[in-house]
Design a protein around this ligand. Structure first.
Ligand SMILES: [Zn+2]
Length: 510
């Protein structure tokens, strides 16, 4: 290949990566690695580097990446090199960039460690782009779970971590983890509690607030952000219900009320109450505890049990072709039936059609189709590639190497000890010098032994956090232990039309 290429090297490090203090993924390391590669390929000419330091691979909203796209547009570069595919990104758009965008712009893409080179058909990594993408997304999920757990620690300390404070409060400008009362909204909260304990129904309270032209919380929030609005919105009984039950108003920090139904799906669902993180007395209350308790006791009398709606594997993935709203699942006598949510809500307006279908039927069809899709993968090849890219394995290998060195050194200390002892006997060295040397050797030996033990402990720790790639691949290949998480790696969405044709959109191409 004699064609000369103008190379842009793309370097990315996210905060999450940094948390792991992975030396091998530092920016300097990535740069050296790629520059070294350029040295060995004299048709690759360095033109510019693009560094996104502190940006997650979860999206492409990164300044240096955007600058690179502009340089591609202006033909300043016609070759993009990264250390491995995950540096480019960890989301579903990665295959799009590699397979469509770059080729369209006649840009060569090389991910050295992933064995990808779009101008070299022999690279086995080229076939794995889609699968890498799934795995990298999976890794992103893995990390996001780890980040979540540190966030949870902060939540358990009663620190407020939400983007915005709940209605009635605002963030303390002097302490981003603290809430202070927003007097204007707090007045409305007090009014709602008062109206309720005075016998008003949720509906009556809502109409009352509408009459007073009090902006609903979401509009109020935007007004506070400086957005102009002439609307007040209509108060919903659900909003009032949420306010009346919210322990935040008696000074307790409640977090973790909602969670994502699956990774990469922005839709939030409620977390069961026993999963909430509640810390008492973290901020000034708006409502007296007596009044709050009274409201709760009124509630407990007419509470209705909400059913567990999470038992359907595909819930949230199904959409209506005609109106593009979600298709919901109704449970009738323990059996699930699909129905277009838009139709259900506005059937009187003849909006959309039922799209009615047995849920079980859909699930069996979808699972079968996925099976057919991934049947053609080679399991061993996948495991091999995953393992080769497994940073933990590499780290363990590194430590084992270091341990071997340490063990040799420790043996050497024993030999040295004997030597100086003989030297002392033969009066080659004085007793004083002997003791000094012995002390020094012993000190070094103890340090080495300490390091050795630490290393062994580290290996143990690393092995427990090790990802079971065989199992992940196995789960993919045979759809074992299939759960919503696995589904979310595989499927983007399922679209059903009014003739009940099923169309599955995958997150991968094989
Ligand atoms: Zn519909």
């Amino acid at each position: 290949m004699n064609k000369q290429f103008n190379v842009g090297i793309y370097l990315r490090l996210s905060r999450e990566d940094d948390d792991y203090k992975e030396e091998s993924s530092s920016i300097t390391n990535q740069r050296n690695y790629i520059l070294n590669y350029l040295k060995n390929n004299n048709n690759l000419n360095f033109v510019d580097e693009y560094i996104d330091d502190g940006f997650s691979g979860g999206d492409f909203d990164r300044p240096a990446f955007k600058r690179m796209l502009i340089d591609i547009e202006y033909k300043k570069i016609d070759c993009v090199i990264v250390k491995d595919q995950s540096r480019l990104g960890r989301n579903d758009l990665v295959p799009y960039y590699i397979r469509q965008f770059f080729p369209l712009k006649k840009v060569r893409f090389i991910a050295i460690n992933s064995d990808i080179d779009t101008f070299d058909e022999n690279k086995i990594g080229n076939k794995m782009i889609g699968f890498y993408s799934i795995m990298n997304t999976h890794y992103c999920i893995d990390i996001s779970e780890k980040v979540k757990s540190t966030l949870n620690t902060k939540k358990k300390e009663g620190k407020h971590l939400g983007g915005t404070a709940c209605y009635g409060y605002k963030k303390d400008p002097n302490n981003k983890y603290k809430l202070i009362i927003d007097e204007k909204a707090a007045k409305v909260v007090k009014m709602i509690f008062n109206l309720f304990v005075n016998g008003n129904s949720l509906q009556m309270i809502a109409r009352h607030l509408d009459d007073l032209k009090i902006p609903i919380p979401s509009i109020y929030k935007n007004l506070n952000r400086g957005m102009k609005s002439t609307m007040y919105g209509h108060w919903q009984t659900r909003t009032i219900d949420e306010i009346l039950k919210n322990e935040m108003y008696i000074g307790n920090m409640c977090q973790g009320k909602r969670k994502r139904i699956a990774v990469n799906i922005k839709h939030l669902i409620r977390n069961p109450k026993n999963k909430w993180i509640i810390v008492k007395n973290t901020h000034e209350p708006i409502i007296d505890k007596e009044i709050f308790d009274m409201v709760q006791s009124i509630y407990s009398k007419n509470s209705h049990i909400t059913k567990n709606t999470n038992k359907y594997l595909l819930k949230g993935f199904i959409f209506c072709k005609e109106c593009s709203h979600t298709i919901g699942i109704n449970t009738v006598k323990n059996k699930g039936y699909l129905v277009c949510n838009y139709y259900r809500k506005y059937s009187k307006l003849h909006a959309c059609t039922p799209h009615r279908m047995k849920y079980d039927y859909l699930e069996s069809i979808v699972l079968n189709k996925i099976k057919q899709q991934i049947k053609n993968c080679n399991q061993n090849e996948l495991i091999y590639i995953l393992k080769r890219n497994n940073k933990i394995e590499l780290k363990i290998e590194e430590i084992i190497k270091e341990n071997k060195k340490l063990e040799i050194q420790i043996k050497d200390f024993n030999r040295k000890n004997k030597e100086i002892y003989n030297d002392k006997l033969n009066k080659i060295i004085s007793k004083k010098i002997y003791l000094e040397m012995k002390n020094q050797i012993t000190k070094e030996k103890i340090e080495n032994e300490k390091k050795l033990k630490e290393n062994f402990d580290n290996i143990k720790k690393l092995k427990t956090t090790n990802i079971n790639y065989e199992k992940i691949v196995d789960d993919f290949m045979y759809l074992k232990n299939i759960n919503r998480k696995i589904i979310s790696y595989l499927i983007d969405k399922i679209i059903i039309d009014e003739n009940l044709n099923i169309e599955i959109f995958y997150k991968f191409k094989l």
